[in-house]
Design a protein around this ligand. Sequence first.
Ligand code: GLN
Length: 486
Amino acid sequence: MDIVGLTIEKLHKAIKNKETTVTEVCQATFERIEKLNPKLNAFLNINKEKSLERAKTLDAKLKNTLDLPPLFGVTVAIKDNMCTEGITTTCGSKILENFVPPYSATAVLRLEEAGAIIVGKTNCDEFAMGSSNENSAYGVVHNPWDLTRVPGGSSGGSAAAVTADLSIVALGSDTGGSVREPASFCGIFGLKPTYGRVSRYGLVAFGSSLDQIGQFGKTTLDVAKVLSVVAGRDPNDATSSNCEVPDYLAALKSLDIKGLRVGIPKEAFGAGLNPEVKDNVEKAIKNLETLGATTVDVTLAHSEYAIADYYIIATAEASANLARFDGVRYGFRSENVKNLSDMYKYTRDLGFGAEVKRRIMLGTYVLSSGYYDAYYLKAQKVRTLIEQDFRNAFTKCDIIAMPTAPVPAFKLGEKTEDPLEMYLADIYTVTLNLAGLPGLNVPCGFSQGGLPIGCQLVAPHFQEAKLLQVANTYEQNYPNTKHLEI
Ligand code: GLN
């Protein structure tokens, strides 16, 4: 069976019609991974044997029923910062190169319970810190549309895997844009749900007030199917919400967006926005109007402080969260040291990469006495203002549309010398994490050079169904017709 362009819907249809088996799809997937991963470096760890065994078990089960569990036989790639029992979980870091978790993240378990097959763990920026996947200790990931370019980050491996059909869907994590930005660079759908929508139990913490597990797919429907399985309260994560999980698939049945009020924040269309991105996002908004939506101007006045705000809060939280990697409990430990204090120092010095160290230093600085009020406390106040901007905007509109990233995928190495330049790739995404809001990248065109461009849709808290309904309506009317050749 040809797995290129395979979606959950197509897979299930083929299985029900006895045109394929889970084993056949799984074998084809590993053949493709073996062929393409050397070019892409999307996977750090391939779970071939266990997956093929599981495929056989699933096929055997199928003989008794045709009532398929929601993710029956679906190949899934998992970002390597989510724990998978018995499978190495490195977070793209040397400090965890040998870490094998004794348990799986709740999101991973829920996928497996729904019938999914975890085909492997994907490359990412070290501890999810980055926007290009160039901060991985295990090498860069290449963008499937242009191997000389970045796939985006930090969930670059997951985005590249889905784009190149190495898995049907994938999970990533999004602290400041790490699902949406790579989805935009790779031309696929990428959702960051509301803060608290998906359990983070077993996700290695980066910025605990910002982190959320997101979903990648080639269609809105695939994203909705995965979200339906992973969303909802988990007693193991106190920050997971009790808010009822709506029927996302039912929401997709309507292709009517007449009267939808789409907010356009002028701040997101100003200086710094690449003209081709601007044109394509504006074209997408026109298309929404053609489908019956109306646009209204909204202001997100405090978003000019968003990058500074995010890089104070995220680094502060990261410096606390990463204190646990000290050579005692997990992974790598420096040998040949004289005393305990040296062991900590050398382990962290040799185990962490440059960007992670930079963040830990920034984070401890903004939390240190004398600076706490000036930086951290102030950043928390600005965060409230950013959230307030969105609340005000949503009194005038149902969703907001703006670019996901200011540029299409950039060249490998283009921004590595200048961290501030790299941080600006997140200018339109970090505000949602600061405000806890859901956001979805919708592919909306290509640059003249053939690089994907994405439009970001934003909805009020817990209104993922609205986002998915609008995205699906868009997708059904304006499908992507350009095929990846790799
Ligand atoms: N690029 C941002 C950062 O480097 C966001 C990362 C993320 O969402 N995990 O912090």
